[in-house]
Design a protein around this ligand. Structure first.
Ligand SMILES: Cc1ncc(COP(=O)(O)O)c(C=O)c1O
Length: 399
């Protein structure tokens, strides 16, 4: 049975949806706001996209920036984190032999992005193995420090990892990189709405995050943060009216009246900005429903579900609880054909959850959002137990 918050979402009742991490569900009132913007656009396209767009785009920046711990001038709207991170990766002036330091937990689309940059520049990716299980901030930072050389130009880290659902303790690594003049680029795709963010205090150079995952804004809403001193070296992926052939020093005026950083990135030719415009509605929905409290119950449910499965599998978790993403846990499961388990879960039990192998270990990643319920977790644990033949908890089997 879904939670009573499920009525605020458009998810089909035919599915036990436990994969908010891949594509988050958007609450009904937020989606309606989004559609209202689309209808307004269609009623007078020239007014909306011509005369009013610059002012309209500013409203979400102003509403959202405090939530991120920065000022509106430091964030630009992009359609997804992949785009934000591509803008950074493709703007950096890397030379043959330069090193991009990263980890073995990164998201595959971004691994491809850096592979593309490497092919074009002759730089190379250096991948550090994060000591697992992740139980200590010191071990994480030490591993990265050991990977830094005088050739390291970029440190690229997920804030919350996709395959392993860990919150990387990135603060000390960022500070260490900054002291060595290494450019810090953080993939925060899963962070907004999931963990507190204070981007200015973090001291990071570039950070891109999605609003369409845990913040629950419509698909196509994300942001790129750039520290003021680092905005000038960015180039848009698409050159359009916002581009200006001028200095991009802090304080410079862009072609459309914002900074060049914002104007160049936000103006990409004709497109639908409605998802970004609905970000304030997502913030309002969260406030109205005390989503911080909802998220705390989701975290408790996620951890309890993982503990129940651990009891059945006997397989150690990937981290101690403080490094597990609050609402998303990647649970080790016995060796199996992950695709077959995934398909059986959806076909026989209507449970939507990713099951895959990461570095040879089979993992099932459960996301818990406000629309989920303890009963759905029971279904998942029972279904996985049946499919993996974990009929009885280990503790009982041994007694
Ligand atoms: C860690 C991480 N980075 C980047 C992305 C890409 O997000 P998007 O497809 O919205 O750009 C994802 C998507 O799940 C992700 O998990």
């Amino acid at each position: 049975m879904p939670s009573n918050l499920a009525r605020h979402f458009l998810l089909s009742e035919d599915v036990v949806f436990l994969n908010h991490g891949s594509f988050g569900a958007c609450p009904r009132p937020v989606f309606e706001t989004y559609q209202a913007f689309q209808r307004e656009l269609e009623a007078q396209p020239v007014a909306f996209l011509g005369r009013e767009l610059t002012a309209r785009m500013r409203t979400p920046r102003e509403a959202f920036a405090p939530y991120l711990g920065t000022s509106p001038e430091n964030i630009a709207a992009v359609v997804n984190a992949t785009t934000g991170l591509n803008i950074v990766a493709q703007s950096l002036d890397l030379k043959p032999g330069d090193e991009i330091l990263t980890t073995d937990h990164e998201y595959s689309a971004l691994e491809k992005t850096w592979a593309y940059v490497v092919r074009r520049t002759g730089a190379r990716v250096v991948t550090v193995e994060v000591p697992m299980p992740l139980v200590s901030e010191a071990a994480f930072t030490e591993a990265l420090l050991a990977g830094m050389t005088e050739r390291t130009r970029v440190l690229f880290l997920s804030h919350i990892t996709s395959p392993t659902a860990l919150v990387f303790p990135i603060e000390r690594a960022i500070a260490a990189a900054r002291r060595r003049n290494i450019i810090t680029v953080i993939d925060g795709a899963h962070a907004p709405g999931h963990i507190p963010l204070d981007l200015d205090a973090l001291g990071v150079d570039y950070y891109s995050g999605n609003c369409h995952k845990w913040l629950m804004a419509p698909k196509g809403s994300a942001f790129l943060y750039a520290r003021p001193q680092m905005q000038g070296i960015l180039n848009p992926l698409v050159v359009s009216h916002g581009w200006t052939n001028q200095s991009k020093e802090p304080g410079a005026m862009g072609a459309l009246g914002n900074s060049p950083f914002i104007d160049e990135i936000e103006m990409q030719g004709t497109r639908d900005p409605s998802a970004w415009l609905a970000v304030p509605a997502a913030l309002a929905f969260r406030k109205e429903h005390d989503w911080d409290a909802v998220a705390r119950s989701c975290t408790a449910l996620a951890q309890e579900t993982a503990a129940r499965l651990t009891e059945r599998t006997g397989l150690a978790p990937l981290s101690s609880p403080e490094f597990s993403a609050p609402q998303m846990v990647a649970m080790p499961i016995p060796d199996c054909d992950p695709l077959a388990i995934h398909d059986a879960l959806i076909e026989r039990y209507a449970i939507e959850i990713p099951v895959f192998k990461w570095k040879g270990q089979a993992l099932a990643r459960v996301s818990v959002q406000g629309y989920n319920s303890p009963e759905q977790m029971d279904l998942l644990v029972d279904a996985l137990s049946d499919l993996l033949d974990l009929a009885r908890p280990l503790s009982q089997a041994m007694s």
